[in-house]
Design a protein around this ligand. Structure first.
Ligand code: ADP
Length: 263
């Protein structure tokens, strides 16, 4: 019942989003149609001075509409996944420099590898992007400094747990947990964070796409994202990725057939 409720909340969010976009798009089209109409009537009545003004306004409206659809396309375009066995310890360790340059000096960074060199089946570039997105959110949540921890773990999701998560198969997962000691999130924010374009940041600072992209990447990889957060204490975002079958320490990262359709 809880899963069904969550699903219906998600559908409601998608409905609100598409409704909002349709409304904006309609306003832009009204600008174009209205402008053309004025121009047509002015030409018919021989009042051809100042037509540029109306043409420009119509064109500006059309450009806004085009840019809206371009952004939507960029967002919905399925980024191709190059999923293959990936040494997650090595990947997180290699991000040390980049993460240090991303966060502020007053934030301490700790990267904690998991035991037994866990391999996940995932796209390396997308996992890097996801971790970077989470680190940026962590930085923004700690304006007065704090601790950023990137920790790799391996967990077993049993049948009982998987049953509470639609589309998540029981089995072994490699978890990348990105935790901060920042402002945290109230429950009503946590509920909405995976919605595309949801942001609490000032205009120009947040796109509201970070967590929805992290979520999309995890789901496309056959995994999931869990968020634990407490206002005033901090936030931990965990990306679950399917562990590589027959995971062996020192296994190469060479190409390997990936089975489709986890869960
Ligand atoms: P953006 O960062 O552009 O706002 P996101 O989808 O990444 O978009 O995040 C959505 C919202 O979730 C943020 O605006 C913020 O309110 C909240 N959030 C995300 N990560 C954290 C965090 N680590 N600590 C506190 N709030 C967070």
């Amino acid at each position: 019942a809880e899963a069904a409720l969550r699903q219906s909340q998600k559908m409601e969010a998608v409905g609100q989003l598409t409704g909002g976009i349709a409304h904006d798009f309609n306003n832009m089209l009204t600008g174009v149609i209205g402008g053309l109409d004025i121009v047509k009537r002015r030409i018919a009545s021989g009042r051809t001075q100042d037509l540029d003004r109306f043409m420009d306004a119509a064109a500006a409206s059309a450009h806004r509409a085009a840019s809206l659809t371009a952004r939507l396309l960029a967002f919905s375009r399925r980024q191709s996944l190059d999923a293959r066995p990936l040494d997650v310890n090595a990947l997180t360790a290699s991000l040390d420099d980049l993460l240090r340059r991303t966060i502020n000096e007053n934030i301490a960074l700790k990267i904690v590898p998991g035991p037994h060199a866990p391999h996940a089946i995932a796209d390396a570039n997308q996992l890097e992007n996801a971790i970077l997105n989470l680190a940026i959110n962590a930085r923004d949540a700690m304006p007065d400094g704090g601790q950023l921890t990137v920790e790799v773990q391996t967990v077993e999701l049993d049948q009982a747990y998987a049953a509470t998560e639609p589309d998540v198969a029981p089995g072994r997962y490699v978890v990348v947990a990105v935790s901060d000691t920042g402002v945290g999130m109230p429950a009503d924010v946590i509920e909405k964070v995976f919605e595309p374009f949801f942001t609490t940041k000032p205009i120009g600072q947040g796109t509201g796409l970070g967590l929805s992209m992290v979520y999309g990447f995890a789901r496309q990889s056959g995994g999931q994202v869990r968020i634990h957060s407490r206002p005033g204490e901090g936030t931990s975002v965990k990306i679950y990725l399917p562990a590589c079958e027959g995971d062996v320490a020192g296994q190469s990262d060479g190409p390997r057939a990936v089975q489709e359709g986890h869960g």
